[in-house]
Design a protein around this ligand. Structure first.
Ligand code: KIV
Length: 274
């Protein structure tokens, strides 16, 4: 049944069952009004730690805190009624131990009402993913270009161009799959590697900068709406909200300075009683 006709929230098993049958549509959201606008059109709303860069003006995602993710997660759950809501576990909130990851996941799920968490994970984190899944936390994995590893990698760099990178990305995806991820984000990898990963793992792959071979796609909504100033190569812009906001602000400023705003219809008038 097409997703538009399913009553209630899309579930974790429903997303998993979409592999090879139906493309999974995912966008990021950080606020209630934007979540409400995107919700009828997507299967998954991802409260990504990209919120740090696109909303808070941070230079990298590594400064994002659990408290920030919880605040934005609450807004997105409130603003949506249909999509599965997945919240990113931010840098520093899950790497120390499976117990730390479990405590962070429980906080995120209980305080936001979201349905799953996402973990950027190399092979080393596979035991942590298994620990979470066995205890009732649905986990979306994230392999290839991992933004939280920006300082290790020396920038946001596409993966899979060398034999070593290919082997590592494939091993990461297999480990995340075997550990029990219900879906895996594959970011910034060469198209043939995305294809190999998608054919190898049982979980659906959700690509970003990883070609159309993946089982679904995700974009940072601010990128595809043309709200964020830089547009990465893999983004298609579906709107130019930046120009719309700039134009509206310029017109408002001109109207205020000219004394034409507020106008006759935009003011309250005293109406005497009786
Ligand atoms: O933080 C984020 O928005 C993400 C997407 C880029 C997948 O992880």
């Amino acid at each position: 049944m097409p997703n538009q006709q399913r009553p209630g929230r899309i579930t974790v098993p429903a997303i998993r069952a979409m592999k090879r049958r139906e493309k999974i549509v995912c966008l990021t959201a950080y606020t209630a009004p934007v979540a409400a606008l995107l919700d009828p059109h997507v299967d998954v709303l991802l409260v990504g730690d990209s919120v740090g860069m696109v909303v808070h003006g941070l230079p990298t995602p590594t400064a994002v805190t659990l408290e920030m993710m919880i605040l934005h997660g609450q807004a997105v759950v409130r603003g949506s009624s249909r999509a599965l809501v997945v919240v990113d576990l931010p840098f520093g909130s899950f790497e120390a131990s499976p117990e730390q990851a479990f405590a962070s996941s429980v906080r995120v799920m209980q305080e936001t009402g979201c349905h799953a968490v996402k973990i950027e994970a190399g092979e080393a984190l596979a035991p942590t993913i298994a620990f979470l899944v066995q205890r009732g936390v649905p986990v979306m994995g994230h392999v290839g270009l991992r933004p939280q590893a920006v300082h290790v990698d020396g920038g946001f760099k596409a993966k899979g161009r060398t034999a070593g990178e290919r082997t590592r990305a494939l091993a990461e995806a297999r480990a995340a799959d075997e550990a029990g991820c219900f879906a895996i984000v594959v970011e910034g990898v060469a198209a043939d590697l995305a294809d190999e990963i998608t054919r190898t793992v049982a979980a659906p792959t959700i690509g970003i900068g990883a070609s159309s071979v993946c089982d679904g796609q995700v974009l940072v909504s601010d990128d595809m709406l043309g709200l964020f100033e830089r547009t990465p190569k893999f983004v298609r812009r579906y709107a130019d909200i930046r120009s719309a906001i700039g134009g509206a602000a310029a017109q408002y400023a001109a109207d205020v300075r000219a004394g034409t705003f507020p106008g006759e219809t935009e003011v309250y008038r005293f109406k005497p009683e009786g």
